[in-house]
Design a protein around this ligand. Structure first.
Ligand code: AMP
Ligand code: MN
Ligand code: MN
Ligand code: MN
Length: 283
């Protein structure tokens, strides 16, 4: 098979222990190599912490590595994730967004703990902070504690019963507005990708409104395949990628070995000829 961009095994959405993933950046890169990935990005939630370690390890393996981060934002009161790719880690606009989001995470965690206390659970804040350690603190840390203490059977139940967006009320609106985030990052040759567009509570009509705004505010791409997405969703996203002139990105959104599907480099197959690939111009 010729060594062209479209034959590469690409994964541009993954998590390490610097946010809510299970593997260290080094272990994650090792796994990517084991899975024959040849173009790889680490995209932890709201932090650039793992990028140096991961890129050094990637260099040792000769794996092409792209700096990434998954930023928490909101649009019309809906929490949305966007993945920024291919930046240099001294980008001041990006560092400022990341720093703000880290403060929001701490403050939100205090309020999440209060919300759980109101439902009769113990105050888990200190333990959640301790569990996260140097990682970005998030709902998965609360979920782990709820499982460990026997309040729920597994992480999914923790989200179903306590931590899912429908339980968060006003805590959904803590993140910076998508418009401002895109405005401050656009025009700098960074790829600004809407993450997993099918995972939001949006009809196709509303999703199209989001894509219109996303493009207008400087977004450059969208994930057309994210992990274990249904093939018909991926077909829809391929069409929308072409319609809205947003480059196509792909990623496993790997967090750790949960279930048979989850693997670095694994996501529903895309039709690469129907879209402009975000990595095509990276050389
Ligand atoms: P946070 O960044 O604190 O808002 O937490 C969001 C993270 O929680 C996501 O990136 C997922 O890794 C995880 N998550 C979201 N929904 C669920 C769910 N239903 N079950 C398990 N994990 C989830
Ligand atoms: Mn996550
Ligand atoms: Mn996400
Ligand atoms: Mn993710």
């Amino acid at each position: 098979m010729p060594e062209t961009a479209s034959y590469r095994k690409v994964d541009l959405h993954t998590h390490s222990t610097r946010s809510d993933g299970r593997l260290s950046p080094t272990e994650l890169v090792d796994l990517a190599v084991e899975q024959d990935v040849s173009l790889f990005a680490l995209t932890d939630h709201d932090t650039l912490d793992g990028l140096v370690e991961a890129s050094q390890r990637a260099a040792e393996h000769g794996l092409s590595f792209i700096n990434g981060v998954e930023l928490s934002t909101q649009w019309n009161g809906i929490p949305l994730h966007m993945v920024a790719l291919n930046f240099t880690s001294d980008n001041s606009a990006l560092l400022s967004i990341v720093e703000k989001n880290q403060m929001i995470r701490l403050d939100r965690a205090r309020r999440i703990a209060d919300l759980l206390v109101k439902q009769g659970l113990p105050d888990l804040y200190d333990e959640a902070v301790a569990l996260a350690g140097k990682s970005q603190l998030g709902r998965p840390h609360f979920a782990s504690l709820l499982v460990e203490k026997g309040f729920v059977k597994d992480g999914n139940k923790a989200f179903d019963r306590y931590l899912g967006n429908k339980h968060l009320g006003q805590l959904r609106d803590v993140w910076p507005e998508l418009e401002g985030v895109l405005n401050s990052l656009s025009g700098q040759n960074i790829e600004l990708i809407l993450a997993h567009p099918k995972r939001y509570p949006l009809t196709v009509t509303k999703l199209k409104r989001l894509l219109t705004d996303f493009k207008k505010w400087g977004g450059t791409g969208m994930e057309v395949a994210s992990g274990n997405e249904r093939p018909d969703s991926v077909r829809l996203l391929e069409r929308l990628s072409a319609e809205f002139d947003l480059k196509a990105s792909v990623g496993s959104d790997y967090h750790g070995p949960f279930g048979p599907w989850m693997q670095v480099g694994k996501y529903t197959q895309i039709h690469e000829t129907k879209v402009d690939l975000v990595w095509q111009t990276w050389g």
